[in-house]
Write a protein that binds this ligand. Structure first.
Ligand SMILES: CC(C)(COP(=O)(O)OP(=O)(O)OC[C@H]1O[C@@H](n2cnc3c(N)ncnc32)[C@H](O)[C@@H]1OP(=O)(O)O)[C@@H](O)C(=O)NCCC(=O)NCCS
Length: 244
């Protein structure tokens, strides 16, 4: 069965100073360009948790874990985070308000998204993001923020696992409805992967801390069966990774 682990950490729950030393030059540059303290924290916690997860998986120090970000569109140093260390799990970072999450999987590319349960009203024009059957499913489920967020986080998890983010025709990334178990039904025909992603993508909803909803997607090339997700305390992992 394909597996993913998700670690959550809240802003203000761990001392940030020691983790600044883990950042590479590009990350330090980006961190210093954030104007708001919360944005600095979110970025630092996402990068640090990613390092601590890889460190735990490979038995190395978090400070020694290299991370890379490579945009497939413009070649710039942004996009999904990866570690080039052999055997490192695939990673996906998400932030929402006070919460930062990182998903890791050894079974394939992974995508994670989280949103506050009460934080987002449904879009006025659902057709920007959803296809007709998905909109019908959201409407059948009452049309409120719950089915909307369920579908939104599922869709974002899929496009993050593939690595394209929102640079894809979202209504053509077709999922099962909010009342059904999450599954990718089709991927845009004009994009690479239309032949494999629907069959290889495994998904699960997650109830995240502090009343957040989320979803995880794994492109599981080999592992058959349902996706199993285990959730963990990221503050504990980071605290253990910071040298005394
Ligand atoms: C990825 C994306 C869907 C995330 O949206 P969001 O709801 O604002 O943010 P989240 O908090 O859930 O996720 C942010 C994380 O997604 C990751 N990410 C960024 N681009 C990504 C991509 N293409 N695929 C997967 N993950 C991506 C990063 O790790 C980022 O964390 P960081 O800011 O700490 O580096 C959205 O930002 C997006 O589509 N970005 C790509 C846009 C693009 O490709 N532009 C072209 C630039 S040339």
């Amino acid at each position: 069965m394909p597996k993913a682990d998700v670690w959550w950490v809240e802003l203000g729950s761990v001392p940030l100073e020691p983790m600044l030393a883990w950042l590479n030059d590009e990350e330090r540059d980006r961190w210093s360009r954030y104007l708001k303290d919360d944005d600095k924290q979110r970025f630092l916690l996402g990068a640090s948790l990613s390092r601590a997860i890889v460190a735990r998986s490979l038995g190395v120090a978090a400070a020694d874990v290299p991370l890379e970000r490579h945009c497939s569109r413009c070649e710039g140093p942004h996009g999904p985070v990866t570690s080039p260390l052999p055997g490192a799990p695939k990673l996906s970072v998400t932030h929402a308000g006070e919460l930062v999450g990182v998903a890791a999987s050894l079974d394939g590319l992974v995508g994670l998204d989280v949103e506050p349960s009460a934080g987002r009203a449904p879009l006025k024009d659902l057709s920007v993001v959803f296809g007709p059957d998905e909109i019908a499913g959201i409407t059948r489920a009452g049309g409120g923020s719950e089915p909307f967020l369920r579908m939104w986080t599922r869709k974002e998890a899929v496009v993050k696992a593939v690595g394209v983010g929102f640079m894809v025709s979202l209504p053509d990334v077709v999922l099962t409805g909010p009342a059904s178990a999450p599954r990718l039904l089709s991927w845009p025909a004009e994009e690479p992967g239309a032949d494999r992603f629907p069959a290889e993508t495994r998904m699960a909803d997650v109830q995240a801390p502090r009343d957040h909803v989320g979803a995880v997607a794994v492109i599981a090339e080999r592992a058959a069966g349902e996706l199993v997700v285990a959730q963990h305390n990221g503050a504990d992992l980071l605290t253990a990774a910071i040298p005394a």
